[in-house]
Structures are given as structure tokens and as C-alpha cells.
Ligand binder design. Structure first.
Ligand code: FEO
Ligand code: CA
Ligand code: CA
Ligand code: CA
Length: 596
């Protein structure tokens, strides 16, 4: 294709202008539909959704709330399995008259537990189009709900650690449920990696743990006391009260692997990948076949990590491959800029070499039972990974969200969503703006383009914001021709290696959306907006289908606006009624490649 391979020549659609419309806005010539929404039946005996009469039993069988990561496992041309994360619940939009966890009914709390987790749903394509629909008839043998109450297991070096033991699980091997699963990734052997992110908000009494544990509670910002906005899961499951079960918090904050093709499989929390506010986990293979997982810790001044497996991936030998994530080395990134320090003044103005860029290294933290961090055991490094990364002097970033390797160029892209608290004394070339409201995207090129390398070069191709703002940068592309962008969150690639970016929290006064930016050739930096989402929503997913005919986005938390409620909804998407988080699909009406 002319201009392919990330050159962007095939991207001819007319960008969607910034707007505040309460709908999914897509380019001319495209169509969209809702694939699956909160409350849609997942299991065959699920009742139809009834907003005013929702029950925990129904929710356990229905599509959960706040969809985030989306991935599609093809089963032939026109059928597939869709995996979707359910990150968190918005009780004040889900229940009429909700005033907080203390006054919630126990049924409402059980509904919230069941609305977390993830869903596997069978989908089918309208033949000859890019439209995908939920299969609603016949046997759907793979459909599955995973919730905050699904039995799971720990594997890897910290499994069975004293730090993971509780009264209910004296061996520290069997955690229950997953929470706040934000983004994720897939493995070459066809499983999902789903990332537990903001797990700090689900507990009470974090200050009532034993003295020795308190610094870790603080470092992981686990809730202290019993705040009014707590969901009060502890009212139906005592394990969420850390005064009674102090180690329960250590059992969340992991990467969870799930096999969508085995509905009876037990989800696995892979301890070798460390514990933090995991945004996502995207895999690639190193030059000689080791599995590499890239991961961000999404909070202000947190770090970027990667895991490199000890053994090599062997195509087709899945019995072997399925243990790869249990043994390997966990690294954290340190970035060094190459411009004179005085030139990085926090304004966002480019330094004299016309580029925010430099070199970097991957600092090893732990490898199997071996800790590289002074004063910490391997188990401690894995359970309290943030503390380990502090000790080795890793670079504190502007909220590392999604991070993924470009399958065409090998470059690794990190969305740094924002960090309004960075001060002038804290700026560095990799995080060059004070009060970074709009975020930036960082590009890492591993040494010899080998994902297992211990050093890398890096640069910032995209400094987000209004292109009229001099403190923005679009890889040197003509700024009069690009779309404004704010708060990059999730990234993915199409087959040509173009970078697709979804946003969360647009600070430019318009809605969040999905953008595409070529990363090579003369169009590098030519960022264009492909869609916008309804009022109050963030754009997640995103996924360009392998055949390039469909793009999926998760429309998360439509109507999540201060003061909104079922009596006073801020969005009526997608049904003209109460807002419902949903996965949508967009395709070209003439069956052309996405972006045409
Ligand atoms: Fe759940 Fe970092 O977004
Ligand atoms: Ca520089
Ligand atoms: Ca996110
Ligand atoms: Ca986010």
C-alpha cells in the first residue's frame, strides 16, 4: 500500500472535530453500533437488564460495568471471542438515591462486586461488513463472567509468601477475585493479561494494620479509616477490612492471566510481574525469543517496568509457554536526557537540539528468588515493587498508562497521561513540563531493536495539548493540520504501524476520543481525531481488528459528571435512557480499511 508501514499514506478520513455532543461521533463514510453494554446477558440463563430491579444474581450473569480493555480472539472469519475488562463501578449512576457505601443495601454492594472483573462473550460479524454483534442465540460455550468473587490462584516466586497469607488462605495461594482491571494485553498463546490498577480504594482501615506494614499501605495509597465515599465491600465480605485481615490488600494489584478458550480455567495472578497500580501488560518477543512484557504504574511520579522471561517462547508448545510468566527478570526504567539541564525549564519549549530525547537503562529489580535491591527479599520486591523501584533510583514519570511495542517498527510507545503536580524542580527531559495537564507520548527504541535489551534510546514524539499552544509538539509536523489532543491513555497499532491513541480526561473543553498518528515517514506526527465519545465518558479499548475492517472502543463511564444521578443523567447514551458503559464498533460503510 502506498505510504504504508506507519507512513500514514492510507489515512484519508476527514478528522472528527472536537465537540461536546452526547454521542459517538465518527468520520463521514463510517458507521457504528453498540456491540455489548452493561447488563446485556452474558450467560445463557441471564435475565434481561432491568435498571430499576437489578440484582446481584442477574449481574453475575450479565455484562459488567465500566468496560476498559477490549481484545478479540478470532474463531474463523466471522466469529470471535471478545474479552472486556470491567474496571470499576459508578454506584451513584447505577442506583437511584445512592448516598454511599454506609447506607447502601447489601444487595447493591453485591451487585457492585459482580459488576467488576471481566467478560468473555462470543461475537459474530455481519457478513461482508466490519460490524460485530453479540451472539444471542444457541450455545455460547465460552461466555463467562469473572468478578471480584471468582476463585483465582497465585503462581510465580511470591506465590505462597507470608505476605500473601490470610485467615481464609493460610497457604497464600488462592486469592479471590480481581479488582479495577484497567487495560491489558494478550499473550502469543492466546490468553488475556488483565491489569489490576487502583486497588487502593476497595479496603477500609488501612491504618489499623500492624506497625511494620504501615509504610507499604502508605506507599500504595491504601485507604485509611472508613471514608464516606467507600463502597464498603467490607460490609458483605469481611476480608476488605484490613483491621481484621491486613494482608488482603497484598492480594490485589497484580497482572491476571485468563484463558478465554477454557471457561473452567482458574485465573492466575502472576507474581513475577510485580505488584503496583498496573495499567496494562503488553507482550512482545525479544530477538532470541524471550517473552517481554511492558507495564506502566499509573499514578503521578510512578515508574515504567518490563519483564523478560527466563525461558524462550516455543511456537506451538503451549504447555511450556504457559509457565513463561512465572520465571524471569523484572526491570524498572531510568531515563537520562541529552540536553543541557537549564534548557529543560518546565515550559515545554524544545531544547536547542530540537528534541526531548536521550538514553535510558533497564535496572533489574528481581529475578526468580534473587533480589537485586538492597535490604529487600525477592518476595518483598514482588509484593512491594514500588518501594524497590524507589530504592534503585528509577525515573518518576507523569502517570504511565498503556505501553505497547509497535509490531511494524519495534518502537515502544508509552502514554503518559498527565501530572498536574510536577513542579519546576521536578522536571526532567522525559517529563519536561510543569503542571503537565495534557500529557505526552514517549517512544522507546530498545538497543539493537531487541526487546530484551538493557539499554535504550528514547524521545517524545507527541507533547499533547492545543496545537496553538507553543508548549505542544507533534513530531515536527505542521501544527495547523493536526487535531488537538489531551490526556493520552491507551495505545494500539494498525497493521501499517500507525499509532492509535485513546484519551481519558480531555482538559481542552471537548470530549475524549480516539486518534491516529503515523510514526514514520513524512506524516510522522500528523495526528487526526477518528472519533469522540459521549458526555462524561473516556475512550478505552481501542482495538483495530486484525483484518483492519473494524475498530472497537470501550465507551467507559458515559454520564460520569459531578452531580449526575439516575434522576439527573448527564448522558443518555447509548439507548436514550440511563447511560450504560458499552463496547462500540466502527466500520467503513463500503467495507474499506479503517482510516481510509
Ligand atoms: Fe484505569 Fe490508568 O486508567
Ligand atoms: Ca534532547
Ligand atoms: Ca487507562
Ligand atoms: Ca486513565
Amino acid at each position: 500500500a502506498r505510504g504504508g508501514h506507519g507512513g500514514g499514506g492510507d489515512l484519508r478520513f476527514t478528522p472528527v472535530p472536537p465537540n461536546t455532543d452526547d454521542k459517538l461521533s465518527i468520520p463521514d463514510g463510517y458507521r457504528s453500533s453498540v456491540v455489548v453494554r452493561w447488563g446485556d446477558p452474558v450467560l445463557s440463563d441471564a435475565p434481561a437488564f432491568d435498571f430499576d430491579n437489578q440484582t446481584a444474581d442477574a449481574q453475575n450473569k450479565q455484562f459488567g460495568y465500566n468496560c476498559d480493555f477490549v481484545t478479540l480472539f478470532p474463531m474463523g472469519r466471522d466469529r470471535g471471542l471478545l474479552w472486556v475488562n470491567h474496571e470499576y463501578t459508578d454506584e451513584s449512576l447505577m442506583f437511584r438515591g445512592y448516598t454511599g457505601g454506609a447506607d447502601a443495601t447489601e444487595e447493591q454492594i453485591q451487585i457492585a462486586l459482580a459488576a467488576h472483573g471481566g467478560s468473555v462473550v462470543e461475537v459474530e460479524r455481519e457478513r461482508g461488513t466490519g460490524e460485530w454483534k453479540l451472539v444471542t442465540h444457541g450455545r455460547r460455550r465460552y461466555n463467562r463472567r469473572i468478578t471480584a468473587q471468582t476463585p483465582m490462584k497465585f503462581t510465580g516466586p511470591a506465590a505462597g509468601s507470608d505476605l500473601l497469607k490470610t485467615d481464609a488462605d493460610r497457604q497464600g495461594l488462592k486469592p479471590v477475585g480481581m479488582l479495577n482491571n484497567c487495560a491489558g494485553g494478550t499473550t502469543p498463546w492466546g490468553t488475556v493479561l488483565t491489569a489490576e490498577e487502583n486497588i487502593d480504594q476497595y479496603f477500609v482501615n488501612g491504618d489499623k494494620v500492624p506497625e511494620a506494614q504501615r509504610p507499604y499501605i502508605t506507599r500504595y495509597t491504601i485507604t485509611t479509616g472508613t471514608p464516606e465515599d467507600s463502597r464498603r465491600f467490607d460490609r458483605v465480605e469481611e476480608r476488605f477490612d484490613l483491621a481484621k485481615h491486613p494482608q488482603e490488600a497484598n492480594r490485589f494489584g497484580w497482572i491476571v492471566e485468563i484463558d478465554p478458550f477454557d471457561p473452567d480455567s482458574t485465573p492466575v495472578k502472576r507474581t513475577a510481574l510485580g505488584r503496583f497500580k498496573h495499567e496494562a501488560a503488553n507482550t512482545t518477543l525479544s530477538r532470541d525469543g524471550h517473552l517481554v512484557v511492558y507495564m506502566g504504574d499509573d499514578a503521578q511520579f510512578e515508574y515504567i517496568y518490563k519483564f523478560v522471561s527466563k525461558e524462550r517462547y516455543v511456537r506451538g508448545f503451549d504447555r511450556h509457554n504457559r509457565d513463561l510468566l512465572d520465571e524471569g527478570t523484572l526491570y524498572v526504567a531510568k531515563f537520562t536526557g541529552d540536553s543541557p539541564k537549564g534548557q529543560i525549564d518546565g515550559s515545554g519549549k524544545l531544547p536547542s537540539d530540537r528534541m526531548f530525547d536521550g538514553s535510558g537503562e533497564w535496572i533489574p529489580l528481581v529475578s526468580g528468588d534473587k533480589s537485586y535491591v538492597k535490604g529487600m527479599t525477592a518476595e518483598e520486591v514482588l509484593v512491594y515493587t514500588r518501594v524497590a523501584a524507589d530504592k534503585v533510583g528509577a525515573t518518576k514519570m507523569d502517570r504511565p498508562e498503556d505501553m505497547e511495542r509497535n509490531p511494524v517498527t519495534g518502537g515502544v510507545y508509552v502514554a503518559l497521561t498527565n501530572n498536574t503536580n510536577r513542579t519546576k524542580a521536578q522536571v526532567d527531559e522525559a517529563n519536561p513540563r510543569t503542571g503537565n495537564k495534557h500529557g505526552h507520548v514517549l517512544e522507546i527504541v530498545e538497543r539493537k531493536n531487541d526487546a530484551a535489551a538493557k539499554t535504550f534510546a528514547w524521545s517524545i514524539p507527541l507533547v499533547c495539548g492545543d496545537p496553538k499552544d507553543p508548549a505542544t509538539y507533534f513530531a515536527g509536523f505542521d501544527k495547523t493540520k493536526v487535531s488537538p489532543i489531551s490526556c493520552p491513555d491507551n495505545v494500539t497499532f494498525d497493521r501499517d504501524g500507525n499509532l492509535w491513541i485513546s484519551t481519558d480526561g480531555n482538559q481542552l473543553g471537548s470530549h475524549d476520543g480516539l486518534f491516529v498518528m503515523p510514526v514514520r515517514g513524512k506524516d510522522r506526527g500528523h495526528l487526526r481525531q477518528f472519533l469522540t465519545v459521549p458526555t462524561g465518558a473516556e475512550t478505552c479499548g481501542p482495538l483495530v481488528a486484525e483484518d483492519q475492517l473494524s475498530v472497537f472502543v470501550a465507551v467507559q463511564h458515559p454520564g460520569e459528571v459531578d452531580g449526575a444521578s439516575p434522576e439527573n443523567p448527564a448522558s443518555r447514551w447509548p439507548d436514550g435512557d440511563q447511560p450504560r458503559p458499552a463496547v462500540a464498533v466502527v466500520w467503513h460503510e463500503k467495507g474499506k480499511k479503517i482510516g481510509s
